[in-house]
Unconditional design. Structure first.
Length: 193
């Protein structure tokens, strides 16, 4: 544990709030200095880069590779260029020129279970532990994902109440049926962990 983490853990709630607020303001100021805006979900990163009004596609130089991005106006320094924070799926990533004044780049993450700290590694980092993901509604999820999330929620509620989780309940049910089918056996020493 670093000394900064230890200090943070020793802070009062008021000190933590002030520390978090200062860190948030510093992060927002750093992000505001970037020549682009970006947002992310676990699946993708969207980057919006303003360009002079009237810009046409032929005026742009755009490169999107597995771990690299470059967007520039031809003959000028890049608006964004560098090694990407993490790898992307190049075939699922795209760019468009909107209203001849904004380049929108959609990057599909290769690892869709991690938050990015920045778009390019040379840019200031954000604190990914403070990200508040948008809540998705259960009915928007596909059947398999929804079932998994509902099971996790059930198990969490059971654990909070000190009750067995769904897997233990299932084992107990199977064991109960087995006991009924085999009354001649002694099950007095059986324990569920």
């Amino acid at each position: 544990m670093s000394s900064a983490e230890k200090d943070y853990n020793d802070m009062t709630p008021e000190e933590r709030e002030a520390h978090d607020k200062a860190a948030r303001e510093k992060e927002e100021a750093e992000q505001a200095q970037l020549p682009y805006k970006w947002r992310q979900t676990l699946q993708d990163v969207d980057v919006t880069i303003p360009v002079p009004k009237g810009t046409r596609g032929r005026d742009l130089q755009v490169e999107i590779k597995k771990k690299y991005i470059k967007v520039a106006l031809k003959g000028q320094p890049p608006l964004i260029e560098g090694e990407l924070c993490k790898e992307i799926k190049v075939d699922d990533s795209t760019w468009t020129l909107d209203n001849q004044q904004e380049v929108s780049v959609h990057l599909e993450k290769s690892n869709q279970m991690t938050w990015w700290e920045n778009v390019v590694t040379s840019a200031p980092k954000i604190d990914t532990k403070k990200i508040q993901p948008e809540n998705s509604k259960l009915d928007e999820l596909d059947g398999e994902t929804r079932a998994m999330v509902e099971k996790m929620m059930f198990d969490q509620r059971q654990k909070a109440m000190g009750l067995p989780d769904s897997d233990t309940l299932k084992k107990q049910e199977i064991f109960s049926k087995f006991k009924q089918q085999h009354p001649e056996m002694d099950f007095s020493n059986v324990k569920f962990e």
